[in-house]
Structure formats: structure tokens, C-alpha cells
Design a protein around this ligand. Structure first.
Ligand SMILES: Cc1cc2nc3c(=O)[nH]c(=O)nc-3n(C[C@H](O)[C@H](O)[C@H](O)COP(=O)(O)OP(=O)(O)OC[C@H]3O[C@@H](n4cnc5c(N)ncnc54)[C@H](O)[C@@H]3O)c2cc1C
Length: 507
């Protein structure tokens, strides 16, 4: 069942197993069960440490990955191939006794969790955001006997997905209640469980020389450049990695022909850690005030002080702000075609937005769904011509320009979209099951007041990355830079760090 190249690689991983693992399989007569049995038997044939037992589990087809002496609570419902194959390999290694790559504090945090937690994560095998969540929940199950986790492939359990009205992956349930959607790191899950640090954990922090707010490419680059000057540097990040965590293929990071978002974020994190930078992940800044030093207040009430601050808070998806958008988020309204596209297989969807991201999304979706309608507000699409040509060549795509979306309709999930033609003023309604909003980004600067911004909310910077507030610099997508790209953000992060260093020398 596994290709020769994958088998060869897998063979090397299986040699790292430290103890025995039992795969307890609940299989029926269906095709997925047959394929699942083929997979587990193939794994068992590759390592004497793996054995297979028949069992009756909550779902069929599914299998648990467990040690011979105790249940770990890790279950894969469906076949964890595609993006989830790594999750399976890691589960085998970790259940065999190999320590997960998690720092000691986090391990302690997980082991100290009290109470009983049963997680269920609904995924699709083509979702690049899902493995992070699956792997984090598996690590928690391995480390704490009170925590269990079942990964459920939505394609193999369509009735369950329909019944729970899941229209975005990953969707996580905890003890039967909705817990979260979208990519979540282990730290984010722990913070959501209420195990994160409070203000007292920050009370003994000395002032920084440079405090970076934002942990995307701009923030990471600024921090590395600052720390290389030998000065005290910290990063506060709501989510380290920023938008790059939501990016699948990256082909324009010069010097690297192809990489993937999470991979790039992992190397940014590694690089940042090499310089002893104080990374305060999963912390959101809510106030900036310039006194003798610049003060940054966090959501948890802690106040951090620094001689200079670099704002690199990036941007987030822009909402279309019509009735129905909020009500039906994850019930048919989606923002990530790579993640959620497979859930709309054979269905009808609309993409709002005819720029590069909208047209790319439509091309991507056209290969999966029954029909795609692209709604563009302007008289013509704004995407690059090469993308437009590709779009127009597809048989199951309709493009409507001059269309002002007025409502996303539905009852308990999306059933249509309404728009007004800006040419004729006529109202139209299209029946469909999904809406992908692709109308660009909005800068994360609404928490700032004294820092000057333009009409779009972008922080205005000079050529040193300096803002109007002395000692406060900014970089990346949250600024008025002409173009928003990873490499450009990194460049401006470096500029802001050198600007901040220059400012400190002079003051
Ligand atoms: C789906 C997608 C695909 C893309 N593909 C590419 C591509 O192929 N190539 C390319 O070059 N670019 C691509 N981009 C654009 C690129 O990701 C961005 O230009 C880049 O990430 C911007 O970096 P940044 O550091 O300025 O901001 P971000 O990446 O947005 O990072 C912002 C950081 O600030 C944090 N933050 C926000 N508010 C606060 C707060 N109040 N307190 C604390 N922290 C906060 C966030 O958690 C995050 O850590 C893509 C973007 C998306 C969404």
C-alpha cells in the first residue's frame, strides 16, 4: 500500500522506536476497513515492535495506537495517510517511549492537567493545518493518562460530519462540546484550556532594549537583527509564525525553491531561539504608551517596558461584513480554500473577491467542488492575467463582475448568497452550500492610538522603519509598505531593528 520511497523513509523512523506498540483495529467489511487493515499489517511487517490486534472501538473503521501495558487514548478513525501520515509515525514513536519534541515546561504543564478530557478532531487528509492539531492532541494523550484523542477523517465519516454540521477543518470537540477551529499549536490548546501564565509570570522581567510585538517573519527578522547587536531583546506574539502558519506552498522565498509555511516557521523559531531572545508566545498586546520607556500592556494585565519597540503585528483576513457572514462562519462561510475545500466536494460554492487570492482559490476549488461562482465588486477581475486565463478555461466556473454581495443566507448552515448588480441595480440570489471570502487583509493595528496610521489602518513608517512616536518602529504587513510578502516583511524587520539600534545609540 505504501510507496517504495515512503517505505524506505518509514523504515528509518521505525528503527527509532524504543518499545512495543499495539495497533488495536476495529474493522468491518467496507473498503476503508480493508485499506486500513492493509496499512496496519504493512506497518507490523516492517517492525517487530509493532503488533496488530482486532478490537471493537467506538468507530469502525478505526484503530488505536497503544502500549501493550496501558491505553494511551490515541485513536485514528479513517486512514491517516496524506498530511496525517506524519501524525501516525509520530504517534508510533511517542507511544513506543520516544520523548516528544516539546520543552520541559510544556511537558510539566500537560502532566499537571487534572480532570478528564476527551478530544475529537475532524480533519481532511488534504488539510495542511490539521496535522499540527492532531499531533498536539496526541502528545497530550501520550503525556497525561486523563487525556484521550480521536482523529476523525471527515471523508470516511461523512454522516457524522453532516450531523455535526462541520464545514471547516480542523474542528475540535472536547468532551462532546465544540472546542475550536483552525490550526492550533500545542501551546494554543493549552492556553485555551486555561493553563497559560497570568500577569505575575511577567512581573520580574527587566526592561528590554528592543521589544518586538508580533512573531511573523517581520518580527522574527527584527528580533534576530536586534539580538545580534548583543542587546536585550524580547518578542510578544499572539501566535508565533503569523500568516506563514496558514500558508501551504511558498515558492518565492528567494534561495529556497519550495518550502511550506509551518516548515519556515519552525526554522524561524529555531533561529530566534539561537540568540536567547525572550519569546513570549500566545500573548496579545493591548496597549502601547510612551513614557520614559515604551510600555506595552498585555491582555493578562502584565506591563512590559522597553527602550524601543518594533510593531510587527501583521494582518488578518478581511471580513465582507454582510449579514450571514458571522452567523455561518464554519457553517459554510470559510476563508482557507486549501483547508476547507475538500469539505465542499461535489457542492456549489462562491468565492467573494477577484484578486489573486480569490482567483487562485476559485481555480483550486474548481477541481473539487461541483461549481464555483466568483463574485467581484469591480467591473473586472484584478488577478494576474495568467491566473484569469486559467480561470476562464475551467468549465465549472462562472465569473460575475460588478457584483456587490449583500447577504449570505442560510438556516442552520449556508444555503445561498445574494448580491446586487452594480450595473443594473437588480438583486440576485444564488443557491449554494459554501462561501469563501477572499477580499484581502486588514492590518492588526486597531489596539494602537498614539501611533500614526493611514486610511487603511497601516502604520506610517519612514525609511528607517520609525513611526511618529520616538523609540517606536514598525515593520511588515502592519505598515504602509507597498507590497505584503514574506521576504519584504523580513527586510523591513531588519530595517526596523537597525533603526531601533541607531535610535538607542543616539539617545
Ligand atoms: C494564505 C496566505 C498565503 C500567502 N502566501 C505567500 C507566499 O507564498 N509568499 C509570500 O511572500 N507571502 C505570502 N503571503 C503573505 C505573507 O504571509 C505575509 O506578507 C507575511 O506573513 C507578513 O509578515 P508579518 O510578520 O508582517 O505579519 P504576520 O505574518 O501577519 O505576523 C503577525 C504577527 O503578529 C502577531 N500579532 C498580531 N496582533 C498582535 C497583538 N496585538 N499582540 C501580539 N501579537 C500580535 C501575530 O500573532 C503574528 O505573530 C501569504 C499570506 C496568506 C494569508
Amino acid at each position: 500500500m505504501l510507496e517504495a520511497a515512503i517505505k524506505q523513509q518509514l523504515d528509518q523512523y521505525l528503527q527509532l522506536m524504543e518499545g512495543d506498540v499495539v495497533l488495536r483495529v476495529s474493522a468491518g467489511e467496507d473498503n476503508v476497513s480493508r485499506e486500513m487493515l492493509e496499512l496496519v499489517n504493512e506497518l507490523a511487517s516492517m517492525s517487530s515492535r509493532i503488533s496488530v490486534e482486532r478490537a471493537t472501538l467506538e468507530r469502525t473503521p478505526s484503530f488505536s495506537v497503544t502500549s501493550p501495558t496501558e491505553e494511551t487514548g490515541i485513536v485514528f478513525a479513517g486512514i491517516p495517510l496524506g498530511h496525517e501520515f506524519t501524525s501516525l509515525v509520530l504517534a508510533l514513536l511517542q507511544v513506543s517511549g520516544r520523548a516528544p519534541k516539546v520543552d520541559a515546561d510544556t511537558i510539566k504543564q500537560i502532566q499537571n492537567i487534572e480532570g478528564t478530557y476527551h478530544f475529537e478532531s475532524y480533519i481532511s487528509l488534504s488539510c495542511h493545518n490539521c496535522p499540527d492539531v492532531v499531533q498536539a492532541l496526541n502528545v497530550m494523550s501520550v503525556l497525561n493518562p486523563n487525556i484521550t484523542h480521536t482523529m476523525i477523517d471527515g471523508a470516511a465519516f461523512k454522516d457524522e460530519v453532516e450531523a455535526k454540521e462541520i464545514m471547516a477543518v480542523p474542528t475540535v470537540f472536547l468532551n462532546g462540546e465544540a472546542f475550536g477551529n483552525g490550526r492550533m499549536s500545542l501551546e494554543e490548546i493549552l492556553a485555551k484550556l486555561g493553563t497559560g501564565p497570568d500577569a505575575s509570570a511577567f512581573s520580574d522581567k527587566d526592561p528590554y532594549d528592543v521589544l518586538v510585538v508580533g512573531g511573523g517573519p517581520a518580527g522574527a527578522s527584527a528580533a534576530v537583527y536586534a539580538a545580534r547587536k548583543g542587546i536585550r531583546t524580547g518578542i510578544i506574539a499572539e501566535r508565533f509564525g503569523g500568516q506563514v502558519m496558514d500558508t501551504m506552498g511558498i515558492e518565492n522565498f528567494i534561495g529556497t525553491a519550495y518550502t511550506e509555511g509551518p516548515k519556515l516557521v519552525a526554522s524561524l523559531e529555531e533561529h530566534v531561539k539561537e540568540y536567547g531572545i525572550d519569546v513570549m508566545n500566545l500573548q496579545r498586546a493591548k496597549r502601547l504608551e510612551k513614557n520614559d520607556l515604551v510600555e506595552i500592556e498585555l491582555e493578562n494585565g502584565a506591563v512590559l517596558k522597553s527602550k524601543s519597540v518594533i510593531l510587527s503585528t501583521g494582518a488578518r483576513w478581511r471580513n465582507v461584513n454582510v449579514p450571514g457572514e458571522t452567523e455561518f462562519k464554519n457553517k459554510g462561510v470559510a476563508y482557507c480554500p486549501h483547508c476547507d475545500g475538500p469539505l465542499f466536494e461535489g457542492k456549489r460554492v462562491a468565492v467573494i473577491g477577484g484578486g489573486n487570492s480569490g482567483v487562485e482559490a476559485a481555480i483550486d476549488l474548481a477541481g473539487i467542488v461541483k461549481h464555483v461562482t466568483v463574485l467581484e465588486f469591480a467591473p473586472e477581475l484584478k488577478a494576474d492575467q495568467v491566473l484569469q486565463d486559467r480561470l476562464h478555461s475551467l468549465p465549472n466556473v462562472t465569473v460575475i463582475t460588478n457584483a456587490q454581495t449583500t447577504e449570505i443566507t442560510g438556516t442552520d448552515k449556508v444555503n445561498g448568497i445574494s448580491y446586487v448588480s452594480r450595473e443594473t441595480n437588480e438583486s440576485h440570489h444564488i443557491e449554494l452550500e459554501g462561501v469563501f471570502v477572499q477580499i484581502g487583509l486588514v492590518p492588526n493595528t486597531d489596539w494602537l492610538d498614539s501611533v500614526e496610521r493611514n486610511n487603511f489602518g497601516e502604520i506610517i513608517v519612514d525609511r528607517h522603519g520609525a513611526t511618529n512616536v520616538p523609540g517606536v518602529f514598525a515593520a511588515g504587513d502592519c505598515t504602509n509598505s507597498a507590497y505584503k510578502q514574506i521576504i519584504i516583511s523580513m527586510g523591513s524587520g531588519a530595517t526596523a531593528a537597525l533603526g531601533a539600534f541607531d535610535y538607542m545609540i543616539r539617545n
